[in-house]
Write a protein that binds this ligand. Structure first.
Ligand code: 13P
Ligand code: SF4
Length: 304
């Protein structure tokens, strides 16, 4: 049996559903039951009609799914698929930071651990961050964590002066402004689209800035035929699938490595998806007491 057929049969046998982020390798996206950005995946995870969720993404995403529905068994292809943003914000240090700003509302980007979520008042994703910030009364002070680039972008967009945690994404901080400008000269009609996790020096050249799903919608609706894409390259697979005769050029990183691929997301492979479905391992679990504290700020986001 080929891998695709084997995975299909295992999904049926285990009554499992595969949720995948747009940054997963194309084969995993093609075998998934649902593909989305962080917000869409959280909403989906809260309403899954299956016994098992195989989360093809990174650890904080699977953890969020478990927090939202602890009755489901949540498994991942590779337990080591983490996230540099989540790693940049250890809960003990963040707890001290929060305590040193006692009169602040804590808004955390969903790319953080359950412990950090539990220290937060409300969670946001790149799809809804502006809306979440706008929901906080003007006279309240705000801490935003862990992504300082997204935080700086939100300060600009909302005019709110927030205290930012000093975290970055390894993929989005490495795009080269110089190489991007060269590409713009070579492709004068191309539009630059960028994820708000990118640095400001890259964002200032973008024709459109948005979450992965917003970028996907933009290329579907826009009449341009060429796009320079400043986010993880996995999204280009969906862009190519959902549009005809459009060209996508990955924005180049600062050096010659494949740094526009997320090393964490790319730990997952189709073989590991198959193995996880066979053994129902590795499993992601969240202790009950932590789960309850982390759930409240996620629920607040979903209600908004
Ligand atoms: P979105 O899925 O919200 O666009 O975020 C991208 C990302 O970096 C996920 O890790
Ligand atoms: Fe984390 Fe960046 Fe990878 Fe997203 S792309 S999972 S923010 S390291």
């Amino acid at each position: 049996m080929d891998l695709f057929e084997e995975i299909k049969a295992l999904k049926k046998k285990q009554n499992a559903i595969i949720l995948a982020h747009y940054y997963q390798e194309p084969d995993i996206q093609d075998v998934a039951d649902f593909i989305g950005d962080s917000l869409a995946l959280s909403k989906k995870a809260a309403n899954v009609d299956a016994d098992v969720i195989l989360f093809a993404g990174v650890h904080f995403m699977a953890e969020t799914a478990k927090i939202l529905d602890p009755t489901k068994k949540v498994i991942v292809p590779d337990l080591d698929a983490g996230c540099s943003l989540a790693d940049s914000c250890p809960a003990d240090r963040f707890g001290e930071f929060v305590r040193s700003h006692p009169d602040h509302i804590v808004v955390s980007y969903i790319n953080c651990t359950a412990e950090v979520k539990a220290l937060s008042n409300i969670i946001c994703t790149s799809s809804n961050a502006e809306k979440i910030i706008a929901s906080i009364p003007d006279d309240e002070k705000i801490i935003f964590a862990p992504d300082k680039n997204l935080g700086a972008y939100l300060v600009k967009q909302t005019g709110r002066d927030m205290v930012l945690w000093d975290g970055t994404c390894v993929v989005h901080e490495l795009f080269s402004e110089k190489k991007m400008l060269q590409l713009k000269v070579e492709h004068p009609n191309a539009k630059v689209i960028a994820h708000p996790e990118c640095e400001d020096r890259v964002l200032q050249h973008a024709d459109f800035i948005g979450s992965t799903s917003a970028l996907l919608k933009f290329v579907e609706d826009d009449f341009s035929s060429t796009f320079i894409v400043a986010t993880e390259v996995g999204i280009i697979h969906q862009m190519e699938k959902q549009t005809l005769n459009k060209k996508y050029i990955p924005a180049p990183p600062d050096n010659d490595c494949a740094c526009n691929e997320c090393p964490h997301m790319k730990k997952n492979t189709l073989e590991k998806v198959r193995d996880a479905l066979r053994t129902l391992k590795p499993e992601v679990d969240v202790p009950c007491e932590l789960r309850e504290r982390a759930l409240a700020p996620i629920q607040k986001m979903l209600e908004l």
